[in-house]
Design a protein around this ligand. Sequence first.
Ligand SMILES: NC(=O)c1ccc[n+]([C@@H]2O[C@H](COP(=O)([O-])OP(=O)(O)OC[C@H]3O[C@@H](n4cnc5c(N)ncnc54)[C@H](OP(=O)(O)O)[C@@H]3O)[C@@H](O)[C@H]2O)c1
Length: 380
Amino acid sequence: MTTSDNKEQQTIVITGASRGLGLALARDLARRGWRLIIDARGADALEAVRAELAQQTRVVAIAGDVTDATHRRALADAARELGSVDALVNNASILGPSPQPNLLDYPLDVLEEVYRANTIAPLALIQELRDTFTSGARILNITSDAAVEQYEGWGGYGSSKAALEQLSHVLAAEQPDWRVYWVDPGDMRTQMHQEAFPGEDISDRPLPEVSVPGLLALLTGDLPSGRYRAREVNVAGEPAHEPAPERGVRELRVALTVADYEAALRLYRDGFGLETVKEWNTAEGRGIVLAAGRGTIELLDPADSAYTDAMEAGQRVSGPVRLALEVADVRATAAALERNGGAAVHEPVMTSWGNPSQRMRAPDGMQLTLFQLPPAADES
Ligand SMILES: NC(=O)c1ccc[n+]([C@@H]2O[C@H](COP(=O)([O-])OP(=O)(O)OC[C@H]3O[C@@H](n4cnc5c(N)ncnc54)[C@H](OP(=O)(O)O)[C@@H]3O)[C@@H](O)[C@H]2O)c1
């Protein structure tokens, strides 16, 4: 059970939630029942996100630019209508020119735009929302390693994030009732990252979902104000893990990547007469889980299989067969496997479908997904 699940519905404002990190966080929180106020400039992409997440929670989506005072006022009005705000994530941000010029050639009018979006707008939104914040409100300002490193070409964006960091630091001192976090999410495979590295293959960068558990730990845990790297935040801030990890496997799932999905359905579902446990058909691909005696068989079309690999392993590694094992505690089981010849393919992730998971490799190369299901109501 998560801390947030304990409380009455919480309300969060997330800027820039139509894609990338903002979307990954919004999806996670929608699943947990948080009420969302979200924005982005592009109205169509934002509306698609609103329609998706409104199936799970209350979502107010307001298209607009965070640098626009009227838009920020509209966000605050929406917040007042919902009552109060438990958290704000200043995530919307721009890179500036791509490719990024060195400082001596940096166009100053563009630098002003970058500062307006990345530094001034976050503070302006905090000012606008100040009366709506609950005591103990969480304010997360998303920054970057470029705020503290001296990467060539990153002087415009980096200094705007450095200013946001210092502004957060002082705000934390001035407002001890709030928790103010300035957070480096790490490199992520997003549109902004692709803009930063035009023409480069960025498929080795982790999906933004990998940075979400750390943000969640900050939102729901009790960590002091300060600078954090999202992927290093102790995720123990999130679930109150059971004291003694249970050994063994709760469910063995054989995940088959099938080129001819319909033919496989016919054989496994209809041929064996297996019951459907769950089924999906999304933009990312199609799949089904079938009850098969004491275990389950999962059929995935190649697109869904590739998406699952990207999410869990950060690379395309699975062959036609992968084993997925439901366990009580992913981290504890992964550690036990490592002591016994298994190797981690990737760090643990919170998947976009809501399961803490970790991809492992058996000595013979078999891909193993360890996954944890949310506790049943009577377990929480
Ligand atoms: N990706 C990385 O590797 C990386 C690394 C370090 C830090 N970060 C930080 O992580 C955060 C998320 O980045 P991301 O990679 O997810 O970026 P992204 O994929 O470009 O997404 C940015 C989001 O913000 C919105 N947005 C941009 N400017 C806006 C504005 N002026 N007003 C309102 N919405 C705006 C975008 O929608 P519209 O364009 O439609 O407005 C989009 O929804 C940013 O603060 C970024 O600086 C990213």
